[in-house]
Design a protein around this ligand. Structure first.
Ligand SMILES: *[C@@H]1O[C@H](CO)[C@@H](O)[C@H](O)[C@H]1NC(C)=O
Ligand SMILES: *[C@@H]1O[C@H](CO)[C@@H](O)[C@H](O)[C@H]1NC(C)=O
Ligand SMILES: *[C@@H]1O[C@H](CO)[C@@H](O)[C@H](O)[C@H]1NC(C)=O
Length: 511
């Protein structure tokens, strides 16, 4: 699930915003020149160095990782700037690919490269680096992170410098900077500082929005969307955290080429709720009326479990590819549930939006499957199966079918192709055997029947409906042996079905 989300976010945004959780492409060259400001740490001196610092940033990298190479000069530049910060901010790196350092990679739960961690108090607290990847961005982010988690707002000028119209900022207003409320607020700020900015003040009049006559304690969350600020008097740490998280999600997440919106897009895709996505051309004449109708629907569903996103066609190529959508289908709404089911309304008219969402919620909309068109001609020895023909050609067919799930770019699949051809040719005169292939990049694989984690994945479905993964060698002889061993022979078929139904009626899938 987590991996799928990361994958989706990357595709949707079209670049590796959160490359830290994504494996880099392999390539060979290695960086060799020694750097001046970034410290090199290895397993033997890691804890020694870390324990001496109240604040240190560690990059876990691999020499072959392209994103790491891109980051290296920026990271070095930031390290040189930050070395003259008061107090100096230290940047370090660990080659997590090196055998001796693998124990560090495990300890810090490194899943991809590069991953940056902020270690505080001699390594006692560890925080994910969630800042930008360019030198200036790194410097700004780390200056903030190394300072106090919450900035004291002492004047209108300070208020204006921390509260802008680009991000969420949470301000605590207190009659005095002590007491349980203040402590809880500070604890939360420490805890969430990599995701949000925090401020505190004794004077609500300094704040740009909201009632200024109250003295607190209360929390005012400023946000660049919807109602622009919300107040809360909740100070229990968990309740405060929930308030912050819920209030900082826009009613409708906007997805276009503006990078300021991307943190919200990431949140949207990371959330656990079913997702409604409305894709349209923001530059079209009718866009405004469509958007406002969609907002109305989001408003009506507020507090429900569906979350809403609105995407500009121009920024959405990744999403279109992922969902198998076509540009001529916009404006369109697609809903994706947590278990990966999808529902689609292409070419939706403004007045149809509310009714369709209602139908979806009432369970009246049928599922959408990404599929290539069923091929008109299918004359090659290995038959082409697409999502739309899978049921007829494989699942409910009375033939024994060997089915390969492949990706066009996959090298092992290319190697297997001529072998499957030979197998298919050797069964040319056997009407009970079908050899087929399924492009799993352009067609949805039904996850309730097939577990496709890599390519190629090969399954065998016997005439009676028995489904088996093929895990033998990828040779003609082995594949044919397997088919012969597992096929239902003519005449046996009826018998097998009876047996199976008797033996295992309760748990048998409706194939
Ligand atoms: C840690 O040890 C490595 C390998 O001996 C060395 O190259 C590196 O400079 C050391 N780092 C520090 C900060 O002492
Ligand atoms: C502060 O948070 C703790 C739980 O973390 C809670 O028990 C306590 O009641 C909170 N204090 C206030 C004033 O809400
Ligand atoms: C969006 O609409 C504008 C205005 O009608 C048009 O010029 C543009 O080509 C459209 N964009 C796409 C990607 O179709």
């Amino acid at each position: 699930m987590g991996r799928v989300r990361v994958f989706l976010i990357c595709l949707v945004l079209g670049f590796f915003l959160i490359a830290s959780s994504v494996r880099c492409d392999e390539d060979a060259a290695s960086e060799s020149e020694s750097k001046e400001f970034v410290l090199t740490l290895v397993h033997s001196n890691f804890s020694d160095v870390v324990s001496k610092h109240d604040f240190i940033v560690v990059e876990f990298y691999a020499p072959w990782c392209g994103h790491c190479k891109k980051l290296a000069p920026e990271y070095e530049k930031a390290a040189s700037v930050l070395s003259s910060h008061d107090p100096p901010i230290v940047l370090a790196k660990v080659d997590a690919n090196d055998e001796v350092n693998k124990v560090l990679a495990t300890e810090y739960d490194i899943k991809g490269f590069p991953t940056l961690k902020i270690l505080r108090k001699g390594g006692k607290t560890v925080q994910e680096y969630k800042g930008p990847r360019d030198a200036d961005g790194i410097v700004d982010y780390l200056k903030k992170q190394s300072g106090p988690a919450s900035v004291e707002i002492t004047s209108v000028e300070v208020a204006n410098s921390v509260i802008d119209d680009k991000k969420v900022i949470i301000v605590g207003v207190f009659p005095k900077f002590s007491g349980e409320e203040f402590d809880n607020f500070t604890a939360l700020a420490d805890n969430l500082r990599s995701d949000y900015e925090f401020g505190h003040t004794l004077d609500a009049k300094l704040l740009p929005r909201g009632d200024s006559s109250v003295s607190g304690p209360f929390v005012r969350l400023f946000k660049p969307f919807d109602e622009l600020f919300v107040d809360s008097k909740e100070f229990h740490v968990d309740a405060l955290k929930k308030f912050v998280e819920e209030s900082s999600i826009p009613l409708v997440t906007l997805f276009n080429n503006d990078p300021d919106n991307h943190p919200y897009v990431i949140k949207f895709f990371n959330s656990d709720s079913p997702k409604a996505m409305f894709f349209l051309n923001f530059s079209n004449e009718e866009a405004e009326s469509l958007k406002s109708k969609y907002r109305d629907v989001a408003e009506q569903n507020k507090g429900g479990d569906l979350s809403f996103l609105m995407g500009d066609l121009e920024a959405s190529q990744g999403a279109f590819q992922y969902f198998g959508l076509k540009e001529d289908q916009v404006p369109l709404i697609i809903v994706q549930t947590n278990d990966g089911k999808k529902y689609l309304k292409p070419n939706v008219k403004p007045e149809e939006i509310a009714a369709w969402v209602k139908d979806y919620k009432d369970g009246k909309v049928s599922q959408y499957k990404k599929s290539e068109p069923i091929p008109q001609e299918n004359n090659e020895p290995v038959k082409v199966v697409v999502a739309e023909s899978l049921q007829d050609v494989v699942m409910s067919s009375d033939k024994n079918v060997l089915l390969e799930f492949y990706a066009p770019w996959c090298g092992h699949c290319k190697k297997l192709a001529p072998i499957l051809d030979e197998v298919a040719i050797s069964y040319e005169n056997d009407a009970n055997i079908l050899i087929a292939k399924f492009d799993a990049t352009t067609n949805d694989v039904p996850a309730d029947h097939f577990d496709v984690k890599g390519y190629p994945t090969v399954y065998f479905k016997s005439a009676s409906g028995n489904l088996l993964p093929y895990d033998g060698d990828r040779t003609k002889d082995d594949i044919i042996d397997f088919i012969e061993k597992n096929r239902d022979k003519k005449g046996q078929q009826a018998e097998t079905i009876t047996k199976e139904t008797e033996g295992d009626a309760g748990s048998k899938d409706e194939l």
